[in-house]
Design a protein around this ligand. Structure first.
Ligand code: ATP
Ligand code: MG
Length: 502
């Protein structure tokens, strides 16, 4: 590998009102390497890569490519210099074809006698896609693809524009296990072809598997750059990130099972899920495992009244519930922490405080008026418990880092003081330190007699946290297992179905 970096960022600083996001950070990139950036929520990772992609401008510091200073003052400029960023929310046009998206903006090169040669465009798209080892039709509409497939289209688009540096900010957050493996194959292919990758993830296993070097940020400062992932153990890495030692796993606290809090009977929605029946008891954590797309989220949304269902019955806290609106269910003590926080969980234009207290304003109000003191006390408690990083609880949520926004959604669900909490991917995008705090919190919630459902794609999370696990596959319940009998293999086998783990 070429040991000398071609891209060098030196002494980069960046401030936002009330926060210094980066303080004199150095970062560099070699040809054909995967350079990972690690750090807690709010450490400055996204800010650093936004500077590279031209979305944000540094306050001070220098950036050079092959020794020449460059100014990355717009996304267009960064693009010209060979940078491409794969964001979590893709920049694809859902109604256009795969081929049209890959060559969006460079259609000119396909002009033949004033017309765009669509056949040629499709042919070249096919080439990129097959180089990346995927079988997607260039004529398919983007909206018909899975998240993983859309990601590959984004990467093809980057390649077609001649990108030399591909930046990925939490690319695996919405992928299932085998999709992650495929993405890693693509990354290996990119490396072999001289592309360098900047990779951000909270999942340490991924960093060990795919990373070459690791740079660790803490509170906007660079802690260290490690020359290889062999240099450290997982625990050392965590210690570097959070500046203290962390328990490896919060031990499971066993609580007494109370009365039945939720009963779902033969719930079906045509083409989405079928014949879903289960019960949940007070003091119990029930896990829902399965592949992405197996129907877990849809079932939860139906129970919560956010989506319709065709058949079946639901009893909540002893009472049969009709097809209620979520607001009614929240009032009677059910709360769903949605999977897609940005769209469903938060109002970005409101403050941290307003967002958290929204589901249950009466908790902080007296005689139709919000009590500022009660509000501050309640919100500050959750800010402490979940270590939400914000200069003030009055700050608009849109200015928080991704992980801290998620902690706000979590705080919101806790503030609702519910009898039943449904968490859909509760720790997605949340750093390792905060993760164990969330597990601890869930333990305490059930000890207080609350019933909790956790939908999660992370098997260690499901196995470590839940008393009982239901495994879904293609819209049906494929099986159920008690904590004591649950193993990774067993759960995977059921989630995958016939042919299982081969
Ligand atoms: N546009 C902005 N306006 C104000 N503050 C911002 C803005 N963008 C980021 N910040 C702040 O800068 C700090 C660093 O944020 P950044 O998004 O870089 O963190 P991160 O390391 O990517 O965290 P996460 O793991 O949660 O995604 C945070 O305190 C954040 O609130
Ligand atoms: Mg981020």
């Amino acid at each position: 590998m070429d040991q000398k970096p071609f891209l060098v960022m030196k002494n980069i600083s960046k401030s936002f009102p009330g926060v210094q996001a980066l303080k004199g950070v150095d970062f560099d990139l070699r040809k054909s390497e995967v350079h990972c950036i690690l750090g807690e929520n709010g450490a400055g990772k996204s800010t650093l890569i936004k500077i590279l992609s031209g979305a944000l401008r540094e306050d001070s510091g220098t950036i050079t490519i092959d020794g020449e200073p460059v100014v990355l003052d717009s996304p267009g400029k960064a693009h010209e210099l060979g940078f491409a960023t794969i964001y979590q929310e893709f920049n694809l046009c859902p109604n256009l074809s795969v081929a049209a998206n890959i060559f969006l903006g460079s259609e000119k090169s396909f002009k033949k006698r004033g017309m765009i040669d669509k056949a040629k465009m499709r042919e070249q798209s096919k080439e990129y896609l097959s180089k990346l080892g995927v079988n997607i039709s260039p004529a398919a509409k983007i909206s018909s693809l899975t998240v993983a497939q859309q990601q590959v289209v984004e990467i093809s688009k980057a390649l077609s524009s001649g990108a030399k540096i591909i930046i990925m900010d939490e690319p695996t957050a919405a992928l299932s296990g085998d999709e992650v493996d495929k993405l890693f194959d693509v990354i290996r292919y990119l490396k072999e072809n001289g592309v360098s990758i900047v990779y951000i993830s909270h999942r340490l296993d991924e960093i060990f598997e795919i990373g070459d070097r690791i740079t660790i940020l803490r509170d906007g400062t660079k802690v260290r750059t490690l020359e290889s992932t062999n240099e450290v153990s997982r625990n050392e890495l965590v210690a570097l990130m959070v500046g203290r030692k962390l328990e490896d796993w919060i031990p499971k606290v066993k609580t007494e099972k109370g009365k039945e809090i939720l009963k779902v009977s033969s719930l079906s929605r045509k083409g989405v899920f079928e014949n879903i029946s289960f019960s949940l008891y007070q003091g119990e954590v029930l896990g829902f495992s399965g592949l992405v797309g197996s129907g877990r989220t849809e079932v939860m949304r139906a129970i919560f009244g956010a989506d319709p269902y065709d058949e079946g019955m639901i009893w909540f806290d002893g009472e049969k519930i009709k097809k209620n609106a979520p607001s009614k269910l929240i009032a009677s003590g059910m709360y769903l922490l949605p999977e897609n926080r940005k769209d469903q969980g938060l109002i970005l234009q409101m403050s941290v405080c307003q967002n958290i207290t929204l589901p249950k304003l009466e908790r902080i109000s007296s005689v139709l008026k919000i009590s500022g003191k009660k509000e501050r006390e309640a919100v500050n408690r959750y800010k402490e418990e979940l270590s939400i990083k914000t200069p003030s609880i009055r700050r608009l949520v849109k200015f928080l880092s991704g992980g801290n926004q998620q902690k706000c959604v979590l705080a919101k669900s806790l503030f609702s003081e519910s009898k039943l909490l449904i968490f859909d991917e509760p720790t997605r995008g949340i750093d390792v330190g905060a993760k164990s705090e969330i597990y601890d919190l869930i333990n305490r919630l059930v000890a207080d007699g609350i019933g909790v459902i956790v939908v999660s794609s992370e098997l260690p999370e499901i196995l470590g946290l839940c008393d009982r696990i239901i495994i879904m596959r293609e819209g049906i319940i494929a099986g159920e297992v008690e904590r004591e009998q649950a193993t990774q293999e067993f759960v995977m086998q059921l989630a995958l179905g016939e042919g299982g783990l081969n």
